[in-house]
Ligand binder design. Structure first.
Ligand SMILES: Cc1cc2nc3c(=O)[nH]c(=O)nc-3n(C[C@H](O)[C@H](O)[C@H](O)COP(=O)(O)OP(=O)(O)OC[C@H]3O[C@@H](n4cnc5c(N)ncnc54)[C@H](O)[C@@H]3O)c2cc1C
Length: 415
């Protein structure tokens, strides 16, 4: 804290422990016994980690701590870490976001965006080694889809792939590569033929050790502890053992990967919403003006009630989507095509709704808390900053709506 102005009696109550108490009061009734126990363990871990977090340092020093406890991701089973599945991943993202929203952003990029494809599409010993390094938090991973001239239009990539005797050469440029400047591994997409990107897309796990990868850090003020790159792929030769989807397989992997990615972002969003709201609940229950605690003024209390309703509704959607993903897709003997279609759509709905809600909650609670919330005396301004990028990562607002619009137009076929 650069300069403290918050009242000591309020500050001593603005603890992560108290935030979890209020969070649990709202969330645990929605969970089964196994999920409650999982959350309690995760919260204990966060309570131990939190005092060790140095906000002047990058988040990456914390990755090995997450890795030791199997918290780099929880969709897939890694080593003996249980329970696992999409619901556990959403809960991990939620609780980690409450603890440290910037750490959560970087974890999601390394553990899910780069890590999940190693479980879904990698069966070589080389990929299993990458997986171990990422999951243990010893190495950092990232994903390279977006290019300077290809943002929302993520299919028509300009990064090219060329087959050589013993591998595939990637040449091109990526931008907004979260974790890029710190990463050893880059899950990247390119195409053999820019005229036929769907049929020729390739997904490869590129390692810095292959040579030819250059990263330059972008200045993004809202997440100063996360490094985000402009990435140059200068004829990076990738051995076949590191190719996760060849000749059109990359396109299939790209779109399958976007579903868990968006569900994961929903989890991070749930955490930002609850953290912002709960710090406001604590503060306004203790801050006095005109001889009353400010939550007693309806202008403040009703506004928090409005946000509470929205947070509960958005959380229910995220949990329900994750439960259906687990029951009907991830753990089902035969994944349901109907559920896959529904989850693909609902992950866009939820990502759209929740990322926007993070911003609304943080902005509104700052108005209800007053000046102190825009200083570093409370965690709310950091949450506000992270909320700024939630809508653009994982596909901008209009792209979620474009996907939903496509689904709506298909109904003409069943009429
Ligand atoms: C902090 C941060 C981290 C990121 N991390 C990663 C990462 O790790 N890896 C990665 O690959 N990418 C990453 N991204 C990139 C992110 O996915 C893109 O920014 C996003 O897909 C939008 O692309 P764009 O920024 O180029 O915007 P553009 O595609 O240029 O869009 C500009 C505007 O046009 C709208 N628009 C575009 N097409 C349509 C359409 N058809 N209909 C209606 N509106 C449209 C968009 O909604 C937007 O409002 C990150 C971005 C940020 C800001």
């Amino acid at each position: 804290m650069q300069e403290k102005i918050i009242n000591d009696k309020i500050l001593e109550k603005m603890t992560l422990d108290n935030v979890f108490k209020i969070f649990n009061d709202n969330i645990f009734p929605m969970l089964n016994d196994e999920e409650v126990e999982y959350c309690q363990e995760l919260e204990s871990f966060c309570l131990e980690l939190h005092p060790k977090i140095d906000k002047s340092k990058d988040v990456y020093v914390l990755f090995p701590e997450l890795g030791k406890h199997g918290y780099m991701q929880r969709i897939n089973k890694w080593r003996d870490f249980e329970p696992y599945g999409m619901k556990k991943e959403i809960l991990l993202a939620t609780i980690m976001s409450i603890c440290d929203p910037q750490l959560e952003l970087a974890r999601l990029a390394s553990g899910i965006l780069c890590g999940n494809p190693t479980f879904q599409h990698g069966d070589t010993s080389e990929i299993l080694k990458v997986q171990d390094e990422l999951m243990s938090g010893k190495e950092v991973g990232c994903i390279g889809i977006t290019e300077p001239e290809r943002g929302s239009d993520a299919v028509n990539l300009t990064t090219t792939c060329t087959k050589v005797d013993d591998g595939i050469v990637f040449s091109g440029e990526k931008v907004f590569t979260t974790n890029g400047p710190k990463a050893k591994y880059f899950a990247c997409y390119g195409v053999y033929d820019t005229e036929h990107p769907r049929q020729t897309m390739v997904q490869g796990m590129l390692s810095r050790d292959f040579g030819g990868i250059e990263t330059k850090r972008l200045k993004i003020n809202s997440v100063p502890r996360v490094h985000i790159a402009h990435t140059f792929l200068n004829d990076v030769k990738v051995p076949m053992e590191y190719i996760l989807g060849d000749n059109g397989g990359g396109y299939h992997n790209l779109f399958n990967g976007l579903v868990p990615e968006r569900l994961g972002i929903m989890g991070s969003g749930v955490g930002i919403c609850w953290a912002g709201l709960i710090y406001a609940i604590i503060y306004t229950n203790l801050r006095q003006q005109f001889g009353k605690t400010v939550i007693n003024y309806q202008g403040v209390g009703y506004s928090l009630g409005d946000l509470l309703s929205k947070c509960s509704a958005a959380t229910s959607l995220a949990f329900q989507a994750a439960t259906i993903y687990d029951d009907k897709i991830l753990f089902a003997d035969k994944p349901s095509k109907e559920a896959e279609k529904w989850v693909a759509g609902v992950s866009s709905q939820g990502k759209y709704l929740l990322s926007k809600l993070t911003h609304e909650v943080c902005y509104e609670v700052q108005q209800q808390m007053g000046g102190v919330s825009v200083t570093d005396n409370t965690p709310v301004d950091e949450l506000m900053d992270v909320s700024k990028i939630e809508e653009v990562i994982g596909g901008a607002r209009n792209i979620q709506l474009l996907i939903l619009h496509g689904g709506l137009r298909r109904y003409s076929k069943i009429l």
